[in-house]
Design a protein around this ligand. Structure first.
Ligand code: GDP
Ligand code: CA
Length: 324
């Protein structure tokens, strides 16, 4: 079986780690191939290095190197390099980069500089973390740089800042007017991305941020059409529980695009291709969708076992829809 998922960072990675362990623990599913299409709209250049926060969160989580409580960055991390940069007055200082993490950004930047594509670089990073042997292929959504910028009000004027500056430095507290995916007009899907959707047996949308993670991937030319056209059932998991994001500021992102912060409204963003929608138990009664089948479950990924159970439920719904 071929399963394809679109994913942002922490929410996507925890769900997909759960999915992989659910597959591995189920004899008839253990040989399933998982292809993950990662958001690269969060990518940015810092200190001359290319940083890909969502791809790195996916690699570290699926490869066993993640800082578990934080959800991003490396376990057993130190911050000596960043301290040294601060001593030189190098900016920005608001984006935390650990020493081990720096290693990833250095080698990625070196390989990109040698002319490798982001797909090729990501495959090398994934190899080191053992993803291929766990039957996981990680693809960036695009090899062309795409950066999500946020238009905010600044006095009487508007100005755009990088998504990470809004999210990390401003904590999404400055109201966003809109998001711009800079570079998307020139972007194409990375090799394998569209085929992974078209040729999948099941497509899953983890509970990633619907605007700045999934929404950005959906903007890559061809992705949305591939989702509409695929014969595979497309099943999503709500990132909202009781109308609130579990962590992060998805509420602020939804407000910026004029969408209500409810599980039903998020499903509305996927209306043209969504076949199944897993929502939190308490939201189930309030979600009625025209096309997609709705199912209520506990959706809090409190630990790996809980994430595996949620992923199993999403897959079960997809398999039911496939045979229906
Ligand atoms: P990011 O790129 O690190 O922000 O991660 P994602 O975009 O992949 O995921 C962020 C979303 O995951 C947020 O909107 C959260 O509400 C959602 N999320 C995080 N933990 C959980 C959880 O335990 N259950 C559910 N249903 N959603 C979660
Ligand atoms: Ca992200």
């Amino acid at each position: 079986m071929r399963i394809t998922a679109l994913a942002g960072g922490v929410g996507g990675a925890r769900f997909l780690r759960g999915l992989r362990s659910h597959l591995d623990a189920t004899p008839e599913l253990a040989d399933a191939e998982l292809t993950v299409i990662g958001n690269t709209g969060d990518d940015l250049s810092l200190f001359g290095l290319r940083v890909c926060p969502d791809l790195d969160t996916l690699v570290y989580t699926l490869g066993g190197g993640i800082h578990e409580e934080q959800g991003w960055g490396r376990a057993d991390e130190s911050h000596r390099v960043q301290g040294e940069l601060a001593a030189y007055g190098a900016v920005p200082q608001w984006f935390a980069l650990g020493d081990l993490d720096f290693g990833t950004h250095i080698v990625r930047s070196q390989w990109l500089g040698q002319g490798l594509s982001l797909s090729e670089v990501t495959a090398r990073l994934a190899e080191r973390w053992g993803l291929p042997e766990r039957r996981i292929t990680l693809l960036p959504m695009s090899d062309s740089p795409v950066e999500t910028h946020v238009v905010i009000e600044d006095g009487d004027a508007h100005r755009a800042v990088h998504f990470q500056e809004w999210w990390v430095r401003m904590q999404a507290k400055v109201p966003a007017q809109r998001f711009q995916a800079v570079g998307m007009d020139r972007a194409t899907a990375a090799p394998g991305v569209l085929d992974a959707i078209r040729q999948a047996d099941v497509v899953l949308l983890p509970p990633s941020n619907p605007v700045v993670s999934i929404g950005i991937i959906l903007g890559v030319p061809g992705v949305r059409d591939a989702l509409r056209g695929t014969t595979a059932p497309v099943v999503g998991v709500s990132p909202l529980i009781g109308g609130m994001p579990v962590r992060g500021h998805a509420d602020a992102c939804l407000a910026a695009i004029g969408v209500e912060c409810t599980a039903a409204a998020v499903a509305g963003l996927y209306e043209d291709f969504l076949d199944g929608w897993l929502v939190s138990q308490e939201d189930a009664a309030s979600v009625r969708l025209r096309r997609a089948q709705v199912r209520g479950r506990p959706l809090l990924m409190t630990d790996r076992a809980a994430a595996a159970e949620i992923a199993g439920a999403a897959l079960e719904l997809a398999l039911e829809l496939r045979t229906a």
